[in-house]
Design a protein around this ligand. Structure first.
Ligand code: PLP
Length: 341
């Protein structure tokens, strides 16, 4: 299952879905709305909506042939009522909470939940899933407990005469660390986009993956300023010597986090150039004094590679105390996506 929720972690859900459709049995999104967007774009593969659905969305689920994850009994009732009205048999995946503690029927409550499913004949339990809490940890003890609960959950279903076609536990971390516990479907997001450091345990045999995404801008204004010149909102940076300052048309509204104010760098003409002053909504300044030949219009890499230099989503994340996932997700709709290959 290619997980393309949150606009494919910022990469562009529809484009990613089209590129991945030959290789993915399933697509995973968080919201019903995200599933509808894919259907409207002509994506025909099964789509699992990982976040369930709100009251009132059952009709949309059926109309667009989406598969919801279910974790509350009122969702069974509502989806069933709508399925019956439409004279349809509707698939869903049941989520059991084996230790993540976020969404899912608590493992202890699963037998009662399953026993109560029998009257709902317009629904079909197509999958059973759970989610790992720390599959990226080097200590697998808790993950193994979760796997044990999942196996028991399958037994509980079997005893009730239910045999879900799809059985799935693993996110990217689980795929890497729990190769024997894959069920018959694996939900991969981060690793598929080429993230590793925040995704998997720090082991030598890491995934051989490459980041899919890079972020580019250009110098929109270039000037030389005297020593003692303050730059940007709040005057948080003052030059100590004559400096070349380049302004970039990218800011926190594009997803370059404001926490990068005086905290980060970009690549210009094969050199790192530090971010100086506050990152503002639409503009950011970098210091390019020692980069000879720098010119108005020069390409600037905020995330990606140029020559031997590289800035990864993990690098950016580390500077602002978050993870690569968040860096990618925050790239806003205002940033044009260009696709190669
Ligand atoms: C987001 C998500 C995934 C994918 O996680 P990655 O770490 O990006 O591989 C898998 N399963 C569920 C339920 C998710 O919400």
């Amino acid at each position: 299952m290619a997980v393309i929720k949150a606009n494919a972690y910022g990469h562009g859900a529809v484009k990613c879905a089209r590129a991945l459709e030959p290789d993915a049995d399933w697509f995973g999104v968080a919201l019903i709305e995200e599933g509808v967007e894919l259907r409207r774009a002509g994506i025909t593969r099964p789509i699992l909506c990982l976040g369930g659905f709100w009251h009132g969305q059952a009709e949309t689920i059926i109309a667009h042939n989406l598969t919801p994850v279910i974790f509350r009994f009122d969702q069974i009732e509502e989806l069933h009522a709508q399925a019956k009205q439409a004279s349809r048999k509707v698939n869903y995946h049941l989520k059991v909470d084996t230790g993540m503690g976020r969404l899912g029927v608590p493992f202890a409550e699963l037998p009662a939940f399953v026993r109560a499913l029998h009257p709902f004949t317009n629904l079909r339990l197509d999958g059973l899933m759970t989610h790992f809490a720390e599959a990226e940890s080097l200590d697998a003890e808790f993950t193994e407990l979760q796997i044990g609960c999942f196996q028991q959950s399958l037994d509980i279903l079997r005893e009730a005469g239910l045999a879900p076609v799809w059985r799935h536990l693993s996110n990217s971390a689980g795929i890497h660390s729990q190769a024997t516990a894959l069920g018959n479907l694996a939900r991969t997001g981060a690793a598929m986009y080429g993230f590793t450091r925040d995704v998997i345990a720090p082991v030598p045999e890491a995934f051989d993956v490459k980041p899919v995404l890079s972020l580019h801008s250009r110098i929109v204004y270039l000037k030389t300023v005297a020593a003692g010149t303050s730059l940007g909102y709040g005057r948080t940076f003052t030059t100590t010597s004559e400096s070349r300052i380049a302004t970039l048309p990218i800011g926190y509204a594009d997803g370059l986090h404001r926490a990068h104010s005086n905290n980060g760098h970009v690549i210009v003409r094969g050199h790192f150039a530090p971010i100086v002053g506050r990152v503002s909504m639409d503009l950011t300044m970098v210091e390019v004094t020692n980069i000879s030949e720098v010119q108005l219009g020069d390409e600037v890499i905020l995330l990606g590679k140029q020559g031997d230099l590289r800035i990864s989503a993990e690098n950016l994340a580390e500077q602002i105390n978050t993870i690569s996932y968040e860096v990618a997700c925050h790239l806003s709709a205002r940033v044009p996506r260009m696709y190669f290959g």
